[in-house]
Structure formats: structure tokens, C-alpha cells
Design a protein around this ligand. Structure first.
Ligand code: E4P
Length: 214
């Protein structure tokens, strides 16, 4: 499973790219707003350090508007992927953008049916929002498992990005469910490296090494 970062904060991305673990980034209008900057300005900075793709979301809710925004965004940097909401106009836009060789990430996916429609419209990625399903006590693990399984059965190449991740359990369970990608917020990535036994073990090794130096 590849790791994407779910943030609009350039410093945070640079930190984890330095760790060598981040392949791509996803943003959305809320995350860009949090950065206090505008999308056109921040996307090139986000895209520069990452090897993989950066998803940037459209604001329009009609096909023609989405396509226009997508064309504009894809001129900013080469590795941008256009995030399109899972609505009927969005599916139309995905089909048009596919014809223009512009990659898409269909977002706000909450069901198998939505995932199938997005894939058949030609989406490069689909993003089931597992945290928001967990919030309303829906079976988010089963959703990811089922989408991955069904895409495999039918030879669908669309990749699954597990999104809306809130904690380490979400990461571990979507990894087992077979998601190709998890897009992870900074605080969860920071928590993933930590284990008290690692700290304790390291402390002991250093102390024992120190004792041999006397
Ligand atoms: C990423 O593609 C999504 O926009 C993001 O993960 C949504 O997360 P949230 O449910 O915490 O807002």
C-alpha cells in the first residue's frame, strides 16, 4: 500500500518526503483553506517534492465547469490529478477528462455502487471516505474490502485510495483490506512511528553500549 499525505501544508509534506515514505498527496478545499493560501499558489509547492501525484479538487458542480477547472489545474504542474465529486455531473466530467488523458480521483465515495460508476466513467482513482463512515458507525472496512475485491474480479484498473483516515487502526485495516493507497493526515503519520517499546529498547541499547565504553 502506497502512502499519500492528506494535507495542504508544504512543510509537513517536505518533512515526510525526507523520511522517504510519502509517494503522493491529496488535498481538498477544506485543507487548502487551512493552509491560508490559494490552490493555484500552493499546488506547485506541494507537487515539487513528491514523486507521485497530487490531487487537487474542483469547485464547480457542473461538467463543463469541472473540465475547465481541470484544464487550468493540469497546466500548473504535470503530476496533478483532478479530484471530482461523485455526482452525475462529476461522472460526465471524468469521462471527458479521460478522453483528454487527464487523471481523475473521484472523491466523496461512500458505496460500492458509487465506486463502480466512477470506475466505469474512467476514474484513475476512487476515494472511499472511511472516517466519515466510521463516524456514523457504518462498516468502512467491508466497503474498502469489497471495492478492492470487485475491481479485481472484473479487471478494473482504477486504484482505491482509502481517504478520511483518522487513526492508526484505520491505516492498518485498510492495508489488510487491500487498498492500493491510503491518504494519511500528518498527525496519524506522526503517531505511526511511535511505540513505547522502541523508545525503551533504544534507551537500553544505548545504556548498555555506554557501559562497555567505561
Ligand atoms: C482526501 O482525499 C479527503 O478529502 C480527505 O481524506 C477527507 O478527510 P476528512 O473526512 O477528515 O475531511
Amino acid at each position: 500500500m502506497k502512502i499519500f499525505m492528506d494535507t495542504g501544508n508544504v512543510e509537513e509534506i517536505e518533512k515526510f518526503v525526507d523520511w522517504g515514505v510519502v509517494y503522493g498527496v491529496t488535498t481538498n478545499p477544506s485543507l487548502i483553506a487551512k493552509s491560508g493560501r490559494i490552490q493555484e499558489e500552493v499546488i506547485p509547492e506541494i507537487a515539487a517534492p513528491v514523486k507521485g501525484t497530487v490531487s487537487a479538487e474542483v469547485i464547480s458542480t457542473v461538467c463543463a465547469g469541472m473540465v475547465k477547472e481541470a484544464e487550468k489545474l493540469s497546466k500548473i504542474v504535470g503530476n496533478v490529478v483532478i479530484k471530482i465529486p461523485c455526482i452525475a455531473e462529476g461522472l460526465k466530467a471524468v469521462r471527458v477528462l479521460r478522453g483528454m488523458c487527464i487523471k481523475t480521483n473521484v472523491t466523496l465515495v461512500f458505496s460500492m455502487g458509487q465506486a463502480l460508476l466512477a470506475a466505469r466513467a474512467g476514474a484513475t482513482y476512487v476515494s472511499p471516505f472511511i472516517g466519515r463512515l466510521d463516524d456514523i458507525v457504518e462498516d468502512w472496512v467491508k466497503l474498502v474490502e469489497n471495492i478492492v475485491k470487485a475491481f479485481k474480479i472484473y479487471g478494473i484498473e482504477t486504484e482505491v485510495i482509502a481517504a478520511s483516515i483518522r487513526n492508526i487502526e484505520h491505516v492498518e485495516r485498510v492495508m489488510l483490506a487491500g487498498a492500493q493507497i491510503a491518504t494519511i493526515p500528518t498527525k496519524v503519520l506522526e503517531a505511526m512511528i511511535k511505540h513505547p517499546l522502541t523508545d525503551k529498547g533504544l534507551e537500553q541499547f544505548l545504556a548498555d553500549y555506554g557501559s562497555t565504553m567505561k
